[in-house]
Design a protein around this ligand. Structure first.
Ligand code: URA
Length: 243
């Protein structure tokens, strides 16, 4: 049974994340706000042991305000189910919170403007594992320009957090031969999580030092300020699916 301490911590994270959502959802820091319908903050469990990080919202995500609700999202749900997870158990976010027009690739200015939101989400949720889906989230989190094909299959550690780069589920939609690799990589996430209580059993981890970025090292301004603000109640809460 959960202790009062764990319950308090869980409630605190939920409130902090919700407050952070209200603080950020009207962002106009880059041009993507001009064409977006929704700021897709991310959704799931605010005390999740794993955060999955995709690239950017597509058309369906922009319409619904939630991450991974299209075809790639259905595949993500199936893959999560193979390792015993539902969406309520984990948190899903993206590098960009707004849809790039015509689903074009994110550009460097957009990533640099938006990354502080993801870093603050990671800080608030404080997961054991960040699983990066595809090249954009992997290169951002690991602060590298190395391609995803060279990084997937390896496990990295930043401080006491494990980073597990895997292919983006959309890649398997177009190249079915990648499906088994994706399933194996999801299984690895589960195994790492199951062994986390015993870190010595986790071998072959690349220790890496990433320069602390705003919101990635120390408690960021954003999440600190978010703590001090009141949380308005509104139907926007539904967008977060917070547990
Ligand atoms: N692809 C992503 O990277 N993110 C989404 O939310 C949907 C598709």
């Amino acid at each position: 049974m959960d202790s009062d301490f764990n319950n308090d911590k869980r409630n605190q994270k939920r409130e902090e994340l919700k407050t952070f959502f209200y603080k950020t959802k009207d962002c106009r820091e880059c041009d993507l706000h001009k064409t977006r319908i929704n700021f897709v903050f991310g959704s799931g469990n605010s005390s999740a042991p794993v955060i999955f990080v995709g690239e950017a919202p597509g058309k369906n995500e922009d319409l619904q305000g939630k991450p991974f609700v299209g075809q790639a999202g259905r595949l993500l749900d199936e893959l999560l189910a193979t390792i015993g997870f539902k969406r309520d158990d984990i948190f899903i976010a993206n590098v960009l919170k707004c849809r790039p027009p015509e689903n074009r690739d994110p550009n460097i200015n957009e990533i640099n403007t938006c990354k502080k939101y993801l870093f603050s989400q990671i800080e608030i949720i404080d997961p054991l594992i960040v699983c990066t889906l595809g090249r954009y989230s992997t290169q951002l989190i690991l602060d590298t320009s190395t391609g995803i094909n060279k990084l997937r299959g390896r496990v990295f550690r930043i401080s006491d957090r494990l980073i597990v780069p895997i292919n983006h589920p959309a890649a398997a939609l177009y190249t079915p031969s990648r499906m088994q690799i994706l399933k194996d990589d999801f299984k690895k996430v589960r195994d790492l999580l199951d062994n986390y209580q015993n870190p010595e059993s986790i071998t072959q981890v690349d220790e890496i030092q990433v320069q602390p970025q705003q919101g990635n090292g120390n408690k960021s301004m954003d999440s600190k300020e978010a703590n001090d603000r009141e949380t308005p109640e509104s139907s926007d809460d539904k967008q977060l699916g917070l547990f």
